[in-house]
Design a protein around this ligand. Structure first.
Ligand SMILES: [Zn+2]
Length: 198
């Protein structure tokens, strides 16, 4: 799923964290940060290095238990961050595979599971990132963010707007990325993942 959908899922967790007493501004930032964190591996072992669909729930579960036992701003914020980090790769499983043009459905690699020691196949409930289904998912996930204080609702709507533009341009962007990758000088190009040259 696209970054905007992940970010809005982070805000859903933030809205839940507020219900159990989290500071709204802090948990909103932590939910966003946690939901985007796994994709920092985009150029280095994408969907493997920082994606832990099973093991991610061990620290997340521990942090939730701690937040329930000792509910403070810090423990609730930590739990929000770690649950968002754990949720991200699970969402990726329900999207498309890892390839430049995921609408072609040629990749059977959604997310690497270090627990299983192999790649998990994409379930394609959301057929690919940047698909109309992805935007629909983002729109539903944006609803709980409306309960958070300003400027979070406006920010969530901005994420949706950026998502709508991304969805409209998604297939053309793949062609742009491919052309850019091919235009790179060799010393730089060797650091670009192979899928960009597909
Ligand atoms: Zn991801």
């Amino acid at each position: 799923m696209m970054a905007m959908t992940h970010a809005l899922a982070g805000l859903v967790l933030a809205a839940l964290a507020v219900v159990v007493g989290g500071d709204p501004a802090t948990v909103a930032v932590m939910g966003l940060a946690g939901s985007l964190f796994p994709d920092l591996d985009i150029y280095a072992g994408h969907r493997k290095t920082l994606h832990y669909p099973v093991y991610g729930w061990i620290p997340a579960g521990g942090a939730v238990a701690l937040a329930v036992a000792v509910p403070t701003n810090a423990t609730v914020a930590l739990a929000t961050f770690l649950v968002a980090v754990a949720l991200h790769p699970v969402m990726d499983i329900y999207g498309g595979g890892l390839e430049l043009r995921p609408w072609e459905g040629r990749s059977e690699r959604a997310v690497y599971s270090h627990y299983h020691g192999r790649w998990l196949a994409p379930k394609r409930l959301v057929p690919y990132d940047g698909s109309p289904h992805d935007l629909g998912t983002a729109a539903v996930l944006a609803v709980p963010a409306m309960t958070l204080p300003d400027p979070v609702p406006a920010f969530a709507l901005a994420l949706l707007a950026v998502g709508a533009v991304y969805v409209a341009l998604r297939k053309r962007l793949a062609a742009v990325w491919s052309a850019l990758a091919r235009a790179l000088p060799e010393p730089v190009a060797q650091h670009v993942p192979a899928r960009f040259f597909e």
